[in-house]
Design a protein around this ligand. Sequence first.
Ligand code: MN
Length: 406
Amino acid sequence: MTTPRSWFDPANDSPFGVHNLPYGVFTAGDRPGRRRIGVRVGDFVLDAGAAARAAGEPSALLDADSLNPLLAAGRPVWTEVRAALTRWLTEESHRDALAPLLLPLAEVELHLPFEVADYVDFYASEHHATNLGRILRPGSEPLTPNWKHVPIGYHGRSGTVVVSGTPVVRPHGQRKAPTDAVPSFGPTRRLDIEAEVGFVVGAPSTMGEPVALDRFREHVFGVCLVNDWSARDIQGWEYVPLGPFLGKSFATSVSPWIVPLDALEHARIAPPARDVEPLPYLDDRGGEPWGLDLALEVRLNGHPVSHPPFASMYWTAAQQLAHMTANGASLRTGDLFASGTISGPEPETRGALIELTWNGENPLKLPDGTTRAFLENDDEVVITATAPGPGGTVVGFGEVTGRIVP
Ligand code: MN
């Protein structure tokens, strides 16, 4: 299939060309306070509900104040809506009606694009899990015995998932270094990032009915970027025996644009070879591979500090979805599950400061002459990503940013 040319980007060289069409929710000065669904095209936001009306086509799903009704509608409708948007943006006959509905990106405010139902965070990078094992449990096997059998995850706090740009308040909590006799309470001294990719569930499932690997596409609408902020001192003291709790639940940031799964067809690759045979419900050999070739970049105060490769993830999102529902747990529209920190094999591809600085032992040197073991107040972290699109195009994800405030 050749990529259709859009009238707004004839050169077809924007990472937000007609091959991408990510969805978000915005407000703008022409209708203050009114949340609307937008589709990013180039450096503009198309008012999607107004575009549907201008094209004389059904608009209800695009005329909402969140993506939830569209998410709930399911795969056949997602395909129809994407086809309609593509038609409007590529057929010259729509140009005059739609061009006035393109608002400059700089003039809109972007919001959390869907109501987050349940939030689950996985731990799917073998390199990340191995590094953390070496740092936290020196002298023992870095990977726990279950790691290559079970996609490890935990339930996070959906109510504190926030859109990119939301300031992150340094959390207080119980901290206890191994050398301390007793814990103390106060602001975290070891505030960290986790560069991750998130998957947004659209179509719900029925309780008691697992969602098998081959039904991934039926339920998952799209993909965003996630920064799973982590207070390592709080986490280190609380996580045994039940896992992360207050060290993570204070804030999780997501990018404002949800890239449709359909825009990532050309990014699909085989996942890395597994050296342990997966149980049948997780065995994706012979099925559709859901490895994804996304290239991330992490910038700290404008300075690139890491380039995590999503292609290196051991467990795929399809396996995570199958695992998450293997016990009959149902999916709800707006469920978000994140990949876990993405770290590749090389030091410069690690997706968290605890790995990049080896638990603070080797602080990062920034161009302004300062060093960082962990985040300081006023630090700003930006995570971006791209993926290969059709015909040599690039699929952009935009960014997820956050600034630390006291
Ligand atoms: Mn995480």
